[in-house]
Design a protein around this ligand. Structure first.
Ligand SMILES: [Zn+2]
Length: 177
């Protein structure tokens, strides 16, 4: 990413907005906590992961970083770094939100999809969306969140995996000159 003292590191064209997309998939295993958006939705089955395995926040962070054409969380928080073992994804999200802020952008909105066979997430949707809004310091209505199943098709349908997808729109903050 080019960066110079003459102007912002990230160009945004006339609209002042940038969009990013993120996707994450994790294998599921018994006897682990399943964290989604910083909320524990199951203690029966959870993600196999180096961090806390919060698939939804991983996709969201990649969308935020992608909007700035920055490398993904695998580069930002490498597996090889012992500090990332079991690390809270909510804490990582705060770090990514700081990067967005430092680049001069604010979140316009995010939209998220979780693909998971069980447990059914409807009882958790509001809590997860509110948790993410709080972490991003945005209004609850800036966070779209849907959960769906894979209709028993493929590894997600067989409850072997969970997948999350995210899009994020950033807007350049107006700064007084
Ligand atoms: Zn992940």
């Amino acid at each position: 990413m080019p960066s110079s003292a003459d102007g912002p590191a990230v160009a945004d064209g006339a609209a002042g907005v940038r969009i990013g997309i993120g996707r994450d998939i994790h294998r599921l295993a018994a006897g682990k906590k399943l964290m989604l958006g910083g909320v524990c939705v199951s203690e029966v089955v959870g993600c196999v992961a180096h961090s806390d395995g919060d698939c939804l926040l991983h996709a969201l962070m990649d969308a935020m970083l992608g909007a700035l054409a920055l490398p993904n969380i695998g580069v930002l928080f490498p597996d090889s770094d012992a500090r990332n073992r079991g690390r809270s994804s909510t804490e990582m999200l705060a770090h990514v939100a700081e990067i967005v802020d430092n680049e001069g952008y604010g979140i316009v909105n995010v939209d998220l999809v979780i693909l998971l066979e069980t447990p059914k997430l409807n009882p958790f949707i509001e809590k997860i969306a509110a948790s993410i809004a709080k972490s991003l310091a945005v209004d609850r209505h800036m966070v779209g969140l849907k959960a769906t199943t894979a209709e028993t098709v493929g590894p997600i349908g067989a409850s072997e995996a969970i997948e999350a997808m995210a899009v994020c729109l950033l807007g350049r903050r107006h700064t007084a000159t």
